[in-house]
Design a protein around this ligand. Structure first.
Ligand code: CAA
Length: 275
């Protein structure tokens, strides 16, 4: 297992300094939120580092697992960001006296880059969640394609209770997974969703005992790696785009992707019965 080499730019972020680890073992990259003493609270630097990992992901990687060290997956945004001093070296979340809307929008967009790459069609991202996944922690789990939960997992979209909105790309996957009414209820009450309920309403693919979480994720990633890489990428692309298309458009997209697969598998000639 190798620590991943990232980027190489002058601005390269030290993962250790921001409380992250990234290990690559063949086709699997495992990103660990590694600040358990602070329940893996996240800062702007965490999100920049996540984006940096995405940018530098070795080409052979097909699976990205995101996990948290310690009792909680992540307690969300580092609450020091809401103090006037902010996190040392990063400043506060915002200051009302000097609030610059354009600069803030740019900062949020930069933070969101840390989450958006997890949907790339050429990888499958899996969140392994134990304990609390609050706010930014819940949104990080939602940014992944799949979620495996320990049965002690507690998901909470805390932002509205703090006078804020979830802005780390979590609202769309939440609505896509549980529907608009349930998403409104979960967010606007900021209540805790337990693991069993999460599985029942579509927020988790699997719920296991905490001591089985690592093995359950390994079994899932083994199964995901059993399929052909290019076919998996093309199929994920089709599935991601399906909800925005009519049935006929989706059928046409399937045919286009299949022509590419057939060309790759059988050479240039498409078999006559498929032409
Ligand atoms: N930021 C900074 N430090 C945090 C933290 C956070 N979000 N969450 C926990 N910690 C720290 C605690 O201050 C404590 O530090 P000390 O030991 O130095 O006192 C340590 O982590 C352990 O915390 P607890 O003793 O509280 O741990 P617990 O296991 O009993 O409880 C918890 C876990 C329920 C997650 C609880 O820590 C908690 O409620 N944390 C705050 C959650 C929160 O409100 N997050 C913000 C959500 S909103 C968001 O993410 C996005 C946004 O606003 C835009």
């Amino acid at each position: 297992m190798a620590e991943v080499a990232l980027g190489g730019s002058a601005e390269e972020i030290s993962l250790e300094e921001v409380g992250l680890r990234c290990e690559v073992d063949g086709e699997i990259a495992t990103i660990t939120l590694d600040r358990p003493e602070k329940r893996n609270a996240q800062t702007f630097a965490t999100w920049s580092a996540l984006a940096q990992i995405g940018d530098g992901l070795p080409q052979q990687v097909r699976i990205v697992v995101i996990r948290g060290e310690g009792p909680s997956f992540s307690a969300g945004i580092d609450l020091r960001m809401f103090t006037p001093e902010g996190v040392p070296g990063q400043g506060p979340f915002a200051t009302s006296a000097t609030f610059d809307e354009a600069a803030f929008a740019e900062r949020v967009a930069r933070a969101q880059r840390g989450f958006l790459w997890l949907r790339r069609p050429d990888i499958v991202s899996v969140a392994a969640v134990q304990g609390h996944a609050v706010g930014a922690g819940f949104q990080l789990a939602l940014a992944c394609d799949l979620r495996v939960l320990a049965d002690d997992a507690k998901l909470c979209m805390k932002e509205p209770a703090l006078g804020l909105v979830p802005d780390l790309t979590g609202t769309k996957p939440l609505v896509d997974l549980v529907g608009l009414s349930r998403a409104i209820e979960i967010c606007l009450t900021a209540r805790v969703v337990g693991a069993r309920e999460a599985a029942r309403i579509g927020l988790a693919e699997l719920v296991v005992a905490p001591e089985e979480l690592t093995q359950a994720v390994r079994d899932l990633t083994d199964a995901l790696l059993a399929t052909d890489r290019d076919a998996a990428t093309a199929t994920k692309r089709l599935l991601q785009d399906a909800s925005g298309r009519t049935l006929e458009e989706q059928g046409a997209a399937e045919a286009r992707e299949q022509a590419k697969r057939v060309k790759a598998l059988f050479g240039q000639a498409v078999p006559p019965d498929r032409a």
